[in-house]
Design a protein around this ligand. Structure first.
Ligand code: XCC
Ligand code: SF4
Length: 659
């Protein structure tokens, strides 16, 4: 059967560049996905495949069929999913480990170009881990934090120390279920062991181990990554940035950083401002050096430094197709192997930098935090040298402004300032029904769906229904592209009650909270909401949902699982990796909800996702005995446009002004 032709993207910049790709006969993830015949065995739609030993591979296509070793469908499905979760947890956590090593080098005075930029955060993180700070030298505290972080990867027994920062009731649930993570590496290794042939063969038992591994990511590796990034590079607060392919410049040297780790990209941010290098670019005929990002590296430097984002995951090849990129510098995760073959048609150089990632056809310049600034300058110089080789360029002039940078610290601060920072106003607004609930809309792009469409359809419906949206990763970049990360977005798109709150605090209706590892910030926000009072006392009591409507990476599965284990209702889109196993689906929804208060479901259709989400939010509101949500009750105190204001009778003008 011929595949129905799907619109590749709702983003006009993407469509513009895809026409160039068509004309030049260059394949992209979009065209490859359209030509691709999905494997009907492995994806859980019509069967399931086990290749965990060499008696197989075994494929299960009929009811009651088992593998050569006797493994049932449920066991195989659970093993496959658990391994994917472990891979995702490993990716996030290894990123956290590298940051811990950088912090260690800073404490020892061996990390060229790095320093502790956020002392307040350093002290806050020290306090969280019971590291004394009084009358101590900053370097000693830094060293203690780095040592503590590094030790948690190889820790064998006990609990990761962030566990103790979760709501008390949550900690109790984890201990009762024996899923409080012990050591980050240990949990990942244990999944690989348990899923080896002839080991754990009880689906629910395997999935509980997967829960513990995911928790070692969310409340371990990722949380360390976020906290250490903030210490080294500053805790984000709102900045103005720009997004989409139109941030590339026709007359400047374009360097794109892509991947996940802020360590090298932060140095490149500094290097491109070096007067000597700018002068060097002028000598080569360019008007300057223009740095932008893709994927989560973009999020890291956008929310701290306002560096523009050239787009989300599916924009990586498209950026090269403009012909205007001198160098794309990549580190780890979400980097397509197709990049060098697209770059081949242009002058663009793909530069790999991580000791963990080489790509055939790319130039490898290995990053080392001890000489970070030298390496960053070397890369920038190389990109400048490449500028005269540029051919014809075609950059779609499409870009949007955005305001990212909503760390949990800033969200608390914006609700009361330096002395009264709290989550009370947010909790009160939910209790009063001005805000119906909160939704985290996060995650990737997937060429199996129209790029950004499901994200945007869902966000639009939530905002109309007074649901405050927070976002991270490529979902946040998507929201930025369509103007949702701006205060002005409130005007027509947002329900009256939510609009009132956004106008009172001065925030966009969608809050960009950072990169993939920064989903840990969302855990912290939920914890603070739960402990603030008024919305129950655990994450599972809060009227909130989490969605990854266009996910594709294994990291998304790890995030989903640790959020469920933290008490959240999570819906993932695209399609289910366990569709074939009714038992596993029931386990992750009904059983997990009974055990942990959170559940995981796979729902591809945007309208259905919204329906499930609102039902859940209303159910949680009812359980808290909050007033039922009424869309028309609020909104009378919103901003009055200036002209309209002056047309009001004088008393009303005064009333608007002084309440
Ligand atoms: Fe990768 Fe973080 Fe997914 Fe984007 S969203 S495609 S994982 S870059 Ni986290
Ligand atoms: Fe087949 Fe069992 Fe080996 Fe899997 S572990 S490949 S089901 S024999």
């Amino acid at each position: 059967m011929a595949k129905e032709k799907m619109t590749p993207s709702i983003d006009p910049a993407a469509c513009y560049v895809l026409d160039i790709a068509d004309m030049m006969g260059i394949s992209t993830a979009f065209s490859r996905a359209a030509d691709h015949k999905p494997c009907t065995i492995g994806n859980g739609q019509s069967g399931i495949c086990c290749k965990n030993c060499y008696m197989g591979p075994c494929r299960i296509t009929k009811d009651g069929q088992v593998g050569i070793c006797g493994a049932t469908l449920e066991t195989i499905a659970a093993r496959n999913l658990a391994r994917a979760i472990a891979a995702g947890a490993a990716a996030h956590s290894d990123h956290g480990r590298d940051l811990a090593f950088t912090l260690d080098a800073v404490a020892k005075g061996e990390a060229q170009g790095y320093e502790v930029r956020d002392v307040a955060k350093l002290l806050a993180v020290a306090a969280k881990h019971g590291i004394p700070t009084k009358d101590r030298d900053l370097n000693e505290i830094t060293q203690d934090i780095a040592t503590k972080a590094i030790s948690e990867f190889g820790q064998q027994r006990g609990e990761l120390s962030y566990v103790a920062t979760a709501p008390e009731q949550r900690q109790k649930i984890w201990r009762e279920l024996k899923v409080a993570p012990r050591g980050i590496d240990r949990e990942v290794v244990e999944i690989l062991h348990r899923t080896h042939v002839g080991d754990d063969q009880d689906a629910s038992h395997i999935m509980m181990a997967a829960v513990r591994t995911a928790l070692s990511d969310g409340w371990g590796g990722s949380m360390w990554a976020t906290d250490i990034s903030d210490i080294l590079f500053g805790t984000p607060s709102p900045v103005v940035g720009q997004v989409n392919l139109g941030v590339l410049k026709d007359d400047e040297v374009n360097i794109i950083v892509h991947g996940h780790e802020p360590t090298l990209s932060e140095m490149i941010v500094t290097a491109v401002q070096d007067p000597e290098l700018i002068e060097y670019a002028h000598n080569k005929g360019a008007n300057g050096i223009n740095l932008s990002g893709i994927c989560c590296t973009a999020n890291e430097i956008m929310m701290r430094q306002g560096i523009p984002s050239a787009g989300n995951f599916l924009h990586q090849e498209l950026a090269l197709l403009t012909g205007a990129v001198e160098a794309m510098v990549v580190d780890v995760q979400c980097i397509m192997q197709a990049l060098p073959s697209v770059a081949e048609h242009f002058h663009t150089e793909i530069i790999t930098t991580s000791p963990k990632v080489k790509i055939k056809g790319a130039t490898h310049i290995e990053f080392d935090e001890h000489h970070a600034m030298d390496i960053a300058k070397q890369i920038v110089r190389r990109a400048i040298d490449n500028y005269p080789n540029r051919g014809k360029t075609d950059i779609p002039q499409i870009r949007e402004n955005m305001v990212p940078g909503f760390s949990h610290e800033y969200i608390a601060y914006m609700q009361g300032g330096m002395y009264r920072a709290s989550f009370r106003p947010l909790n009160d607004a939910i209790a009063a029904g001005r805000i119906r609930g909160v939704a985290a809309v996060v995650g990737c792009n997937n060429p199996g769906t129209t790029q950004d469409k499901v994200h945007m359809d869902i966000i639009a419906e939530f905002l109309k229904n007074d649901v405050l949206v927070v976002s991270t990763g490529c979902g946040a970049i998507a929201a930025g592209k369509y103007g949702y990360l701006l205060g002005e977005a409130g005007k027509e798109k947002v329900g009256a009650g939510l609009r009132e709150v956004c106008e009172a605090i001065g925030i966009p209706p969608v809050l960009h909270m950072g990169s993939c590892v920064d989903n840990s910030r969302i855990l912290t926000v939920l914890t603070q909401m739960a402990t603030e009072g008024g919305l129950g006392d655990d994450v599972s009591d809060i009227p909130a949902v989490g969605l990854a409507p266009e996910w594709m990476s294994e990291k998304a599965l790890s995030i989903a699982t640790y959020c469920v284990a933290s008490g959240a209702y999570i819906i993932m889109g695209v399609r289910s990796p366990v569709a074939f196993s009714e038992e596993l689906n029931r386990l992750m929804s009904e059983d997990w909800e009974a055990q942990m208060g959170g559940k995981l479901e796979f729902v591809p259709d945007a309208a259905e996702v919204v329906r499930h989400s609102l039902e859940h939010i209303d159910k949680k509101r009812a359980a808290l005995k909050l007033a039922p949500y009424e869309p028309k009750r609020h909104g009378a105190s919103g901003d009055v446009p200036l002209e309209a204001y002056f047309e009001l009778p004088l008393e009303q003008q005064m009333a608007e002004l002084y309440g």
